[in-house]
Design a protein around this ligand. Structure first.
Ligand code: SF4
Length: 215
């Protein structure tokens, strides 16, 4: 387990490296649109989702238009996001549940969110943080990798990593931490070739130091 002092050093370096800690999925002020984008982002880049949804919401502007959509037609519209059959089914079913049970609104409780098709723990935490400002750590593949390399966690289970991060990072940093780990995973700490040489975290990073010793 990292010491409190080390956690604070890592957080402040990350803050300097990525002063703007924001979700890279577009938000147009419509909570439901954000939920659709989050469902579409499974195994797809946020960039691609933002591109596809530029025109998707012209065709399906509301919860009810998605609830009544033809699955094959919606699948075609979201095809380039991948997993289009299951994603289209999930979006339609989720829209129907929102209409029937939540008056077309997005529920706030994790349990309710995670019961929606296409919404797992990661998406539920993202929604709670972005739409309701409820502290939650979003653990995606970038976050898992960076957290492990920096020695915040040693598990391959997202829930375990979320618990490890939540236990040592101050609650008011949970939302931004996830965004900064994603930004760092994309910029320098890639899966195949992390650029430890150019990383300001190298001296405090378990993986970075082990790589430096080999050089
Ligand atoms: S030193 Fe390397 S492994 Fe550690 S955070 Fe930086 S890029 Fe990632």
């Amino acid at each position: 387990m990292l010491s409190k002092a080390k956690v604070n050093i890592i957080l402040s370096i990350l803050e300097e490296m990525y002063p703007v800690a924001e979700c890279s999925l577009d938000f147009d002020g419509n909570d439901f649109h954000f939920l659709v984008r989050a469902i579409l982002s499974a195994q797809c880049t946020d960039k691609r989702v933002n591109e596809v949804t530029k025109t998707l919401f012209d065709k399906y502007p509301s919860v009810s238009s998605f609830a009544q959509a033809q699955q094959e037609a919606l699948a075609k519209d979201i095809k380039t996001c991948g997993l289009y059959n299951s994603k289209s089914r999930n979006i339609i079913k989720t829209s129907q549940i929102l209409e029937e049970m939540y008056d077309g609104q997005i529920p706030i409780e994790s349990e309710d969110l995670e019961s929606l098709p296409g919404v797992g723990r990661k998406v539920a935490n993202l929604i709670r943080g972005e739409l309701f400002s409820i502290p939650a750590v979003v653990v995606d593949t970038h976050c898992m990798r960076v957290a492990k390399r920096l020695d915040f966690a040693d598990s391959d289970q997202p829930l375990r990593v979320e618990k490890d991060l939540s236990s040592c990072v101050p609650k008011d940093k949970w939302i931004t931490l996830g965004h900064r780990f994603v930004a760092h995973g994309r910029a320098l700490c890639s899966a195949r070739s992390p650029k430890c040489n150019s990383c300001a975290l190298e001296e405090v990073c378990k993986y970075g130091r082990s790589q430096a010793r080999k050089r």
